[in-house]
Design a protein around this ligand. Structure first.
Ligand code: SF4
Ligand code: SF4
Length: 426
């Protein structure tokens, strides 16, 4: 694609990056077929190619984001399905990240939207506030029908109950037997509250396989939530806090992440801080050793020689989170691990399509999100599986809202098959 940035514009390093991305697009439109919003809406402006044109026009013209551009960018899930489809290697992720920043800086949203986004950016990254808000949501649920759609969606997202496991305490969790590796585990912000059972299973499993796990008291939200709302300054502050926290832990073989949305973000820390003279090199080193938990486990021996009958009798439908399959290109490892542990694994139709969770998307775009969730749930149910496994807390919570099937994290099943407790949800 031809671009028309001036030399003065290209002196801005972010514009220079956008220019290089735009030039790779050859307008072929292959990406439209796998874009969930294009599949639902059939509007070119809600396809990757259409959004690329809108972004190009906005950036080349040094324009503020118009309400139309903001709407089509907001509707993008950042699922990155377009990136794994594109034959030209267009880096849509960094282009839309840039566009979201321009939208945040130049587009004045209606007061209700501004309030909602501020609320999400304040509450979700803070586990204490998030826990409190869940109590509030439960109290407000009986009057949810009287609330505006976004608030109704917010209340509808609050789970009826939380796992019995307490949040994972900071500290060192020693390896069983001879230590094979030493890793830091990101316990997440939302996941600490909604998925404490996932964190507990992750530590048990890694320890059982000879891995020492360190949980830093100072590491917090990965920054993805605010980054995807276009707030670069807030995201960078969180990134630097995590880099400082993990920098104090000594030698690490890996930073292991069991929420793939967070993993995609941490793997991008090097890019985010690429021009920062104080943090750039540290961020790049950290990103290079970051691994999704299933990616890390694939380097260990998780085979179960004689799986228990209840394991071999369990049919699992594997939901491939977008951040894992498209963002990190980790596709086969989770399924191979489940098979090695003795489970029967089914893959649903349209496995490349997003479930509609996408960070805060299920709250900011409730209708599109619900349509995608119901489509995903139907595809999962038709496999005949008894349980759904996924690698991202957002997908897990979201899909639970659309199906009666139990939905658990892949590591919970692996932990169970290798001697841990049966997941409480089963
Ligand atoms: S990230 Fe997903 S929703 Fe956005 S343009 Fe690409 S495929 Fe479509
Ligand atoms: S598939 Fe790639 S090159 Fe083709 S239109 Fe989409 S982004 Fe552009």
């Amino acid at each position: 694609m031809q671009t028309r940035f001036t030399p003065a514009q290209l002196a801005d390093r972010d514009i220079a990056v956008a220019d290089a991305i735009l030039r790779k697009c050859v307008h072929c439109g292959f990406c439209t077929a796998t874009c969930p919003t294009y599949v639902l809406l059939g509007d070119e402006n809600d396809s990757p190619r259409g959004r690329i044109y809108l972004i190009k026009d906005m950036l080349e013209g040094d324009k503020a984001a118009s309400p139309k551009v903001a709407m089509h960018i907001d509707r993008c899930l950042s699922c990155l399905s377009c990136m794994t489809t594109c034959p030209s290697g267009v880096d849509y992720m960094h282009l839309v990240d840039h566009a979201r920043e321009r939208v945040a800086e130049t587009h004045r949203r209606p007061p209700g939207e501004r309030w909602l986004r501020r609320l999400l950016a304040t509450v979700l990254p803070n586990p204490r506030l998030f826990r409190l808000s869940l109590w509030g949501a439960r109290l407000a649920r009986p009057v949810a029908g009287l609330m505006p759609p976004a608030v109704k969606a917010l209340l509808g997202q609050a789970p009826a109950s939380l796992p019995a496991d307490p949040p994972l305490a900071p500290g060192v969790y020693p390896a069983q037997g001879m230590r094979k590796a030493r890793v830091a585990l990101l316990t997440g912000c939302v996941q600490q509250v909604l998925g404490s059972d996932i964190n507990a299973a992750t530590v048990r499993l890694l320890n059982r396989l000879g891995v020492e796990v360190v949980v830093s008291a100072e590491a917090g939200c990965c920054g993805a939530l605010v980054h995807h709302m276009g707030d670069r300054a807030a995201a960078e502050a969180m990134v630097k806090a995590n880099l400082a926290a993990w920098g104090k832990l000594g030698d690490l073989d890996a930073v292991v992440i069991n929420a793939s949305g967070c993993g995609t973000m941490v793997k991008d820390y090097g890019f985010l801080l690429r021009d920062d003279p104080d943090w750039g090199a540290r961020a790049a080193r950290l990103s290079a050793i970051t691994k999704d938990v299933t990616e890390f486990l694939s380097g260990l021996d998780v085979r179960v020689q004689s799986p228990a009958a209840e394991i071999t009798a369990t049919v699992v439908a594997y939901h491939s989170a977008c951040s894992l399959q498209h963002g990190q290109r980790v596709r086969d490892e989770p399924k191979a691990l489940l098979l090695a542990a003795g489970f029967t694994v089914k893959e649903p139709a349209e496995s490349h399509l997003c479930c509609g969770s996408a960070g805060t998307y299920s709250i900011t775009q409730p209708e599109l999100s619900r349509q995608l969730r119901d489509r995903k749930a139907a595809n999962l149910e038709v496999t005949g599986a008894a349980v759904v496994a996924a690698g991202n807390i957002g997908c897990i919570e979201h899909i639970r809202g659309g199906t009666a099937l139990p939905v658990v994290h892949t590591v919970q099943l692996l932990d169970w098959a290798t001697g841990g407790p049966r997941p409480a949800r089963l």
